[in-house]
Design a protein around this ligand. Sequence first.
Ligand code: HEC
Length: 119
Amino acid sequence: MKRSWMLGAATVGCVSGLLFGMVAQGQAEPKAQSGDVARGKTLFVRNCAGCHGPQGKGDGYRILGPDPANLTAPSTRKKSDADLLKTIHDGKPNMPAWKVLLSEKQSRDVLAYVRTLAK
Ligand code: HEC
């Protein structure tokens, strides 16, 4: 008697776990890893185009010190996502650190947009 009750409870637990898993999966972003280009574009225009230029060619305003990178250049294209995300997060001389303003997800979105500029 007791044994069958436990089995029953285990089955219910399993089924609800499965259902929950399915619901959670259905709600997940389809491309959580690769970033959303449309969102990235909005973020880029707002935060990055001033220095990097509307097309990311590095033709925005310049201040003393290193010029804004040309994000369409082969040298940037060759760098890994991890490298560029680190620069976006931590900044460089003349490049602000964005980790305080952009979430991990937003950084990926903006990087996804930057990748479209290089083509
Ligand atoms: C105040 C000006 C400024 C703003 C705003 C700015 N950047 Fe930059 N960025 C720079 C400068 C200057 C460099 C080059 C630094 C260096 O080479 O030492 C750079 C470099 C980079 C690099 C590295 C390129 C490479 O080849 O390594 C990336 C990626 C980048 N910026 C992305 C962004 C993104 C994305 C934003 C907006 C969220 C942004 N930047 C906003 C000035 C800026």
